[in-house]
Design a protein around this ligand. Structure first.
Ligand SMILES: Nc1ncnc2c1ncn2[C@@H]1O[C@H](COP(=O)(O)OP(=O)(O)OP(=O)(O)O)[C@@H](O)[C@H]1O
Ligand SMILES: [Mg+2]
Length: 346
């Protein structure tokens, strides 16, 4: 089993991901949560993973973190999913997973101890752990140095219970960084945060990626927040299993602007109002009597206008989060039942 990256440099060996016909059926389920996924992610790539609720996003992240399959023997895997050519389960510490609920990710009562926890579990030497703890807390903007020059306001013994939601998420990120993973997995990291917390976390992630060069897969429904930080967007679609495997798991894949334009076109063609997009319309005829007819993408927008509410951007919640693993404090799972949607305003 490979040991985690060591040494004082925060630069890591970025991970490569390869899914080939990969699928997973959770224990007790008759259909796969994700089916026949073909996806390659290059080392150092930053990917935003989108898709409606139930498309299997969390299942995929849990698989990459190596924590799927602890729910019982009845679960079933097909195809292959590899990180650096090896099963994710065989690579402890290679991926760090952060989830959406700040409260479930705090492990210990003091800031420094909490960040050290994951690295301790990986048996990193003690001196090295505390170097990493200082550096990681500074990188996420939480640490106050003796000279007052560091980025944040807190000392190593600051109580974790006194942190805000955004600060707790940055703490979780620091714990991941201290493990020096080549793959950072974020499952809706800002879903429970206020607008200021969202930006704090996003900016901290960006700084850390710039510094470490790690590969990123982030699941988040606030597309506009992450769009400029990623270099690729992958959109998964649900139902590929129940349709007998004829539907590919990946609906769209490409650079952010292209994918978002394609998504916008698909949504507008389906009659869905898309924020920031004014559909093409035919010029009104002279008298102004009667409604203007749509043209182009708008021609199939039966009953929808550019002013209609974004009804189809609201997808039904399935009320079912993935997993429940307690294998690592950084991969504690919480049920997530928030309604989810495809791209928001961008
Ligand atoms: N631990 C589990 N046991 C059984 N079924 C599960 C489990 N976790 C997820 N599922 C099911 O697998 C499918 C995919 O769920 P998953 O949580 O991966 O989707 P998601 O894309 O992350 O959805 P959301 O946007 O709501 O978080 C759903 O049908 C879900 O009910
Ligand atoms: Mg999910």
């Amino acid at each position: 089993m490979p040991s985690p990256d060591s040494g004082t440099s925060a630069v890591v060996r970025p991970a490569a991901i390869s899914a080939q016909g990969w699928g997973w059926r959770h224990a007790g389920r008759t259909t796969q949560a994700i089916h026949a996924l073909d996806l390659d992610i290059r080392p150092g790539e930053r990917v935003l993973l989108l898709g409606p609720s139930g498309a299997g996003k969390s299942t995929f992240l849990h698989a990459l973190a190596g924590v799927l399959g602890e729910e019982g023997d009845d679960a079933d895997e097909t195809g292959s999913l590899l990180v650096d050519g090896v099963s994710p389960k065989a690579q402890r510490g290679r991926a760090g997973l952060m989830q959406q609920d700040p409260e479930t990710q705090v492990v210990l009562s003091r800031l420094g101890d909490d960040v050290a926890f994951g690295a301790e579990n990986l048996c990193v030497p003690r001196d090295e752990i505390w170097k990493r703890v200082h550096e990681a807390l500074d990188d996420v903007g939480l640490l106050r140095s003796a000279g007052g020059s560091a980025s944040g306001n807190f000392s190593l013994d600051h109580p974790t219970s006194a942190l805000s939601g955004g600060q707790k998420q940055r703490l979780a990120l620091a714990g991941i960084l201290a493990m020096r993973p080549g793959l950072i997995l974020l499952d809706e990291p800002t879903a429970n945060l206020d607008p200021a917390g969202v930006l704090e976390v996003r900016d901290a992630v960006g700084r850390c990626l710039d510094k470490t060069g790690a590969t990123l897969v982030v699941v988040e429904h606030r597309v506009s927040v992450w769009k400029d930080l990623v270099d690729r967007i992958v959109v998964l679609q649900p139902g590929s299993s129940s349709s007998g495997g004829s539907t590919p798991a990946v609906l769209l894949d490409g650079d952010p602007n292209t994918v978002l334009a394609q998504a916008r076109d698909m949504l507008t063609a389906a009659g869905v109002w898309v924020p920031g997009y004014v559909p093409a319309t035919r010029p009104r005829s002279g008298t102004g009597a009667g409604p203007a007819a749509d043209s182009g993408a708008g021609s199939s927008r039966k009953g929808a206008s550019c002013c209609s509410p974004p009804r189809s951007l609201r997808c039904p919640a399935n009320g079912h989060g993935a997993g429940g693993s307690k294998r690592s404090p950084r991969v504690l799972c919480s049920p997530d039942s928030t309604p989810k949607c495809l791209p928001d305003g961008h």
